[in-house]
Design a binder for this molecule. Sequence first.
Ligand code: GLU
Length: 487
Amino acid sequence: MNIRTRFAPSPTGYVHIGNIRAALFPYLLAKQNHGTFVLRIEDTDQNRYVADAEQVLLDTLKWLGLNWDEGVEVGGPFGPYRQTERREHYLKWAQKLIDKGLAYADPYTPEQVQQFREEAQANKQAFLYRNYRPENPPEWHLGLPLRFKQTKIERKHFHDEIMGDLEAGAETLDDFVLIKADGLPTYNFAHVVDDFEMEITHLTRGVEYISSMGNYLALYEALEITPPVFVHMPHIMAPTGNKKLGKRDGAKSVQEYRAEGFLPEAILNFLVMLGWNDGTTTDIFSLDDMIAKFDLTRVQRAGARFDEKRLLWLNGQWLRRLDIAKLFEYARNSANPADYSNSFWGEHGRIASDERRLEVLAAVQERLKTLADLPALTEYFFAAPQIDLTQITENKFLASFAPAKLVELLEIAISALETTDWNADALQNTLNDLLARTATKPAELFSLLRIAVSFAPFSPELPRTLAVLGKDETISRLKKVMDTLAK
Ligand code: GLU
């Protein structure tokens, strides 16, 4: 069987990180079966229309590497792939239902329907439109809502690849809207038509749609369509408590995570593990690993907890694992240089050659948690830091040293460094010799030298820091600190 899956987002301008799981699962299913991953844009809700939203969505998917084989932009045999461009397809299927007596015009105004709803509520009954179905509906024409007519009020059974064997009670079946007053189809109608016409074999979506399955099954039957395989993904739960993840629970849009220096690799790795593991303790998966190992039978039914700390941890893991050239490319594209002055992206960083920036990036790679850490971690490589003697005199390892002693230590260090070959190994040897000669501990001498060249809270290992900084720059910074201390 040629597996065809789809991601069918509604472009709202805001690509919530949780929504991307709805792209990742079908992507993986398609790829691991050498199938086709389709991107369809569900833009029939004109109230939610946002300019540029589709572009944001496409950019986000591309940035994440979730490339689609068929759909908007790339085309394919079942286009168009934007629902607002498919009106005649829905009207054709709607006509078929009308002809069979399975759809009718809804003559009521929204206010009247609201009144029915309130009436049902007042009687403590669940509102079902079909209880108010008009006896002699007018002939349907564009401008009136068209409703599905449920004719078999019965319990329905279906199978879901994740959730198992399920049932939908007769009380969930209603005469839902197929075509709205504005002439556009509802999601309920359009997705059934499109999935069929686009030959989708596996329908993946969030478990929140399960409660409407009774209606969808009735529609498949009425249209004489064989339904696809159903794959409903578990809820994503808020970090704490027993509720679904909402906007207020701290989860952000993919655009925001991107701006904060998160990598696509980390985001995808994080998302695949929302509800799935491979049965081992492995928690690092590249997209290729996921394609090889993802397995629907191992997706849990229970809600999966959203834990941003885990995302941050994975980001650090991926920053360390990435090939340096790839990391450099991400770093280069990750921030707006105007936001920074002396950093990797800023003026000094830009003056520096790519070779130089790569060397600096490689030196701090181990310490990055997000790409946004780059300015703080690299600033002193690009521009001499402001001397702040209190960082030395109040340092817990150095506070007991008199200034004169610190000057002496710096003097000895400078003269030893002046005759050292400038590479990390040779520097390591010199620094070890200096410890013996000055009878200081690493925490003392190395802190002094590290602070004097960087005045930064963190830096790579000292020999590496000095090697990347360069001989002239190192010695000139140490001398300046020594002179300032001597005054
Ligand atoms: N357009 C729907 C949404 O964004 C898609 C649901 C589905 O995948 O069928 O929620």
